[in-house]
Design a protein around this ligand. Structure first.
Ligand code: ATP
Ligand code: MG
Ligand code: MG
Length: 555
């Protein structure tokens, strides 16, 4: 079975097994907040958490961390489930929600209050911040810190009952206002938020904070290894403190790993949502976005993402991964399986003057040179064909070996042709047609006299080709680190204006009229392409370029 590469978390789990910690079980969880779509950064966490459960025969829960009613929506819940399954993972039973535990969490908070370990504070948010102190200065205690247990219980119940306005009170842990870790200076555990929740509606008007809800949800689910990104390193002390006070039957442990950063893109839902809502992209599934739905629509196979995650590994130090590595993983996955096709993106008509006008020949093309079992197909050839505009130059420079006046080239799977004449639009001077001849003896692509040509072009038969729109994508940002702080600018100022190029008048090999949405094709010489799942309606064909053929990833 595929164990994947080693990493420090696997080592920890193996040691836990040896020391017989956690009763020999492995339970992980993937805990997205349903406030946006998943991106490839989340994929790293999904592959890690579900992968560990798979390798060690344990389980990985899907838990929606839904403690922030104003940002969360059921539509996001559904999209996240779809994306996790698409990536190739599934969770045992139903998905979990932190909101399922609101009553339990409330009762655990009451227990802390009754044990003298939490209090209701009536300072404002600003005052609480001022009292917190700094790294070099201790904080100051709130004047409300020494309320009696009875008063705290009453106030907390009233908070729950809706007696107060947002921000009037909070529940805080009573730890140490001089603690060197600022997060331990009496952190907020509950706040009042009079907003409808996507699942609990108006049942609650107090909501637990992440640090309180997360460790306890882990404990309720008997999670053994709670894996999160490095930003939460300082939160671990609080995670442990809360669990230590409450001494529940299951005792999870938190471990941190480095989040995925990719160049030329942003991996933050807060930023992605701005691109979506402000119309910089067409939606969460815009093929330029690093979202899983965008990558799917672009034609990226889920296995390529899993392999990419294996390759980048799991480390304890942050770094930036080159997006070329993802593209490399996509090519590596597609190359052995993608059916080859011919498609002309910017058509230039070629009339083969010595080919009979009424004759259509069927020529044999290889479906995939990487896979002999994929067999062959027939491609029609006729007097009028299209080639790419940039495969012809009237005045070619030295290194241009493709078609030019008087020059002979090969048409893939067909014949040698020679350019005899260039036809231009008299008004614009633009080249509109080439008059060529073909050598019938070169059928299949070789000359019996052994003469060589320096280029092989793809082509389609004009009368048989399927018209299509093709969308080419480039990096979403023109700067490697769009998040870098630049005076007076935001990441949105670095969007690449050329990230989408629409080619409205492409001509594709006729078989592509029956393309299927889940197949990614290699258009010879041009890259990998798939049918756009959203735009293709009726007879209109729209293809997305998944990735080019050229591999810039240096191994
Ligand atoms: P974002 O900043 O994109 O909103 P988040 O961490 O707030 O991300 P969550 O929905 O809370 O989003 O994330 C769910 C899980 O995915 C968390 O455990 C989080 O650590 C992990 N995760 C999020 N982004 C990345 C990333 N770039 N690399 C690795 N793991 C990530
Ligand atoms: Mg989060
Ligand atoms: Mg975030």
């Amino acid at each position: 079975d595929n164990q994947g590469p080693p990493n420090f978390i696997k080592t920890i789990i193996e040691e836990d097994f040896k020391a017989d910690r956690h009763g020999g079980r492995v339970v992980t969880r993937f805990p997205p907040e349903p406030n946006g779509y998943l991106h490839i950064g989340h994929a790293k966490s999904i592959c890690l958490n579900f992968g560990l459960a798979r390798i060690f025969g344990g389980q990985c829960n899907l838990r929606f961390d839904d403690t922030n009613p104003t940002k969360e929506e059921t539509a996001y819940v559904e999209a996240i489930k779809t994306d996790v399954r698409w990536l190739g993972f599934d969770w045992p039973g139903e998905a979990h929600f932190t909101s399922d535990y609101f009553e339990q969490l409330y009762n655990l908070a009451l227990r802390l209050i009754k044990d003298g370990k939490a209090y209701v504070d009536s300072l404002s948010a600003d005052e609480i911040r001022e009292h917190r102190g700094t790294l070099t200065e201790p904080g100051r205690e709130s004047p409300f810190r020494n309320r009696s247990v009875e008063e705290n219980v009453t106030l907390f119940r009233q908070m729950r009952d809706g007696a107060f306005a947002d921000g009037q009170h909070v529940l805080r842990a009573k730890i140490d206002m001089a603690h060197p870790n600022l997060l331990m200076r009496d952190p907020t555990l509950y706040r009042i938020r009079k907003a409808a929740h996507h699942r609990t509606g108006d049942t609650w008007c107090i909501y637990p904070m992440y640090d309180f809800a997360h460790c306890l949800s882990d404990a309720i689910e008997c999670v053994t290894h709670s894996i999160c990104t490095l930003e939460f390193e300082n939160n671990r002390a609080l995670y442990d403190w809360i669990l230590d006070q409450l001494d529940l039957p299951c005792r999870p442990r938190q471990y941190e790993f480095a989040r995925l950063n990719l160049n030329f893109t942003v991996l933050s839902k807060r930023k992605l949502i701005q691109l979506v809502e402000e119309g910089h992209v067409s939606g969460w599934d815009d093929p330029r976005l690093p979202t899983l739905s965008g990558l799917r629509r672009r034609g990226c196979p889920p296995a390529a993402i899993r392999n990419f995650c294996d390759r980048i590994g799991v480390a304890k130090a942050n770094s930036v991964v080159d997006i070329a590595l993802l593209e490399h993983a996509i090519r590596e996955d597609l190359n052995p399986v993608a059916p080859r096709m011919m498609g002309v993106l910017r058509p230039l008509k070629v009339v083969i003057e010595n080919h009979p006008a009424d004759q259509v020949e069927m020529l044999t093309a290889i479906n995939n040179p990487e896979d002999p079992a994929a067999g062959t197909r027939e491609v029609p050839f006729s007097r009028e064909i299209y080639i790419e505009q940039d495969d012809f130059m009237e005045d070619p420079p030295k290194k241009f070996f493709r078609l030019a006046p008087g020059r002979e080239v090969r048409l893939r799977y067909a014949y040698f042709i020679t350019c005899k004449e260039v036809v231009k639009d008299p008004a614009t001077g633009k080249i509109v047609e080439l008059r060529c001849t073909y050598d019938p003896a070169t059928r299949g692509g070789d000359a019996p006299d052994g003469r060589k040509v320096k280029a092989t072009l793809h082509w389609v038969s004009a009368a048989h080709a399927a018209p299509a729109e093709v969308r080419l994508y480039d990096r979403l940002f023109s700067k490697p680190d769009p998040d870098e702080k630049v005076e007076g600018r935001t990441f949105k100022d670095f969007l690449n204006p050329e990230s989408l190029e629409i080619l409205p008048d492409c001509r594709l090999e006729p078989a592509l009229a029956h393309a299927v949405p889940d197949t990614v094709y290699q258009f010879e010489r041009l890259g990998y392409f798939c049918l756009d799942s959203r735009e293709t309606a009726g007879t209109r064909l729209v293809f997305n370029r998944t990735v080019t053929l050229k591999d810039t990833w240096a191994r």
